[in-house]
Design a protein around this ligand. Structure first.
Ligand SMILES: Nc1ncnc2c1ncn2[C@@H]1O[C@H](COP(=O)(O)OP(=O)(O)OP(=O)(O)O)[C@@H](O)[C@H]1O
Ligand SMILES: [Mg+2]
Length: 496
């Protein structure tokens, strides 16, 4: 490149710039005579050094230093670097001759510049710094965990993509418009700071795996697990940094797991109770048949007083009732055969209601029906299905105690292909503590002789054998709703 013209002023500036340069710089001739030196290089030589030999002035020798980088520059015509100089001359050179490069004039090396620091290394260091900064930035931004750093005033310094997802703020918004206080509910940021300052949460300046709520931009609360620490610089707190993850999915899965465990336990309990009930029922069937048969025989063959006949009628009535219970027990344990056909559930509910609504217990009860007309049929045994509704509706009537409302609703849950039947009453409801037990055989809160506690356990067994589910929700004092879901038959299989 041709030499550029420089004004005197520009040259002055250049000289000043070289003088202001906080490193020692010498310009020497090929025979080691100092041609120029910057301010720093002259610092220890107030007598002046220009014109002297560099080796005399700087290392204090009488001959050129071995391994002088200037010699290598002269030999190769390229910049040279020496690391071993210091040792060889006892450190006297103080690394002044660490780096040397040629100054050409008319294709000849006219002079050499000697520097006390390693320019190429500096370049490498800068490159490395830029590269490692970019790497760190990338690392933070692509981290799965949310990362937020803020200064001690709460201004956000680092905010990655995962933090943006949990908080609802964009990275740009977080860095310019909000403070750390905005990503926590009221007082949350202060609480985190207090915990960071306390030694109790993982050591002073640290907070480890702490469950706390964050606040989404929309105002919603997001449960998070937070690891945080204070960043110190020379013993002064300069920032805080937090790493966190959203716990919503974890909490949802935990709840689902707990629910499944409860359901499993319930199913297991029902299965073993069912087996036991079936065994007892079988054994009771024969003696009961005997009691009924022989009571009838005595009543027919003997000339009995009215009192005796009344007593025997009572025996017969109770024995028949015991037989009904046995029948229900066997039903519950699914020991009786099923006659499965596509059934219109609305029709079954209407027929059950027809039988019941004229009975005195329903006289003051308002009955509301909301039966969806276009729902698929369900594959089932009409008598058994009748049983389910009869039991649930009679329970509702008991809970209503002759006044209130009974609602019957059917609908089709298209996405799951299930027909849902909802039976609600505005009765006294079921206390939270007893709700988990209502489907257990023999669980009853009714007085002796009024309830056997088999109605719902039987309904449970029937619904299960029809591939469906049954559950209840109740608000004590307000009422109860039973939800029964049964698989709808596809049209090609005989459904609607
Ligand atoms: N709709 C309801 N409102 C309030 N409590 C109810 C309701 N349905 C059921 N229960 C409670 O659940 C218990 C169990 O009901 P289940 O139908 O199994 O037995 P039961 O009605 O007591 O006796 P059974 O039906 O054998 O004559 C009842 O005793 C009652 O405490
Ligand atoms: Mg009942």
């Amino acid at each position: 490149m041709p030499k550029r013209y420089r004004s005197e002023a520009e040259k002055d500036y250049l000289v000043e710039a070289i003088d202001a340069f906080n490193r020692r710089l010498l310009v020497i001739s090929p025979d080691h005579k100092i041609l120029a030196a910057n301010q720093m290089a002259m610092e220890d030589h107030p007598e002046g050094i220009v014109g002297k030999s560099c080796y005399e002035v700087i290392p204090g020798c009488s001959t050129p230093c071995p391994n002088c980088p200037a010699d290598e520059v002269l030999k190769n015509g390229k910049a040279a670097l020496r690391y071993d100089l210091c040792d060889e001359i006892g450190g006297a050179a103080d690394m002044l001759c660490l780096y040397a490069y040629p100054v050409y004039r008319h294709d000849e090396v006219d002079a050499l510049v000697m520097l006390d620091f390693d320019l190429p290394a500096l370049k490498n260091m800068e490159e490395k710094r830029i590269r490692s900064n970019a790497f760190l930035r990338n690392l933070i931004h692509s981290a799965v965990d949310g990362v937020i750093a803020s200064d001690m005033k709460g201004r956000i310094l680092i905010f990655n993509e995962a933090a943006a997802e949990v908080s609802g703020y964009s990275v740009e918004e977080a860095l310019n418009k909000i403070t750390i206080r905005d990503v926590y509910p009221e007082g949350g940021a202060r609480k985190v700071m207090e915990m960071l300052l306390s030694p109790e949460y993982g050591g002073e300046g640290k907070l480890i795996s702490y469950h706390i709520d964050a606040k989404h931009k929309s105002g919603a609360v997001v449960p998070i697990s937070l690891n945080a620490s204070i960043v110190y610089e020379n013993g002064t707190k300069v920032a805080t940094i937090g790493f966190f993850h959203d716990r919503r999915e974890e909490i949802r899965m935990q709840k689902a797991l707990e629910k499944t465990q409860v359901q499993l336990l319930q199913a297991e309990k029902m299965a073993s109770l069912g087996k036991m009930a079936a065994g007892v029922a079988h054994q009771l069937n024969n003696p009961l048949s005997g009691i009924i048969l022989f009571t009838k025989l005595v009543m027919e063959e003997y000339d009995l007083t009215d009192d005796a006949t009344n007593d025997l009628e009572r025996v017969l009535g109770d024995a028949n009732r015991a037989k009904d219970i046995v029948k229900e027990l066997l039903e519950f344990a699914r020991q009786t055969s099923h006659d499965m056909k596509p059934q219109d559930i609305n029709d079954i509910i209407s027929r059950t209601m027809f039988l019941l609504e004229n009975q005195s217990i329903f006289h003051n009860i308002e009955i509301e029906k909301d039966l969806a007309p276009d729902i698929p049929r369900i594959m089932g045994d009409s008598q058994q299905l009748n049983h389910i509704f009869m039991n649930i509706i009679l329970n509702a009537a008991d809970a209503l105690e002759k006044s209130g409302k009974l609602s019957l609703k059917t609908r089709f849950l298209k996405d799951r292909g299930m027909v849902c039947i909802e039976i609600s009453d505005t009765g006294h409801g079921i206390p939270e503590a007893t709700l988990p037990h209502i489907f257990e055989p023999f669980y009853t809160t009714k007085e002796q002789g009024k309830g056997t506690g088999l109605g719902l356990s039987m309904a449970y067994g029937i619904v299960e054998s029809h591939g469906g589910t049954i559950r209840a929700e109740s608000k004590p004092g307000k009422g109860t709703t039973f939800f029964i879901e049964l698989p709808g038959v596809k049209p090609e299989d005989g459904g609607n």
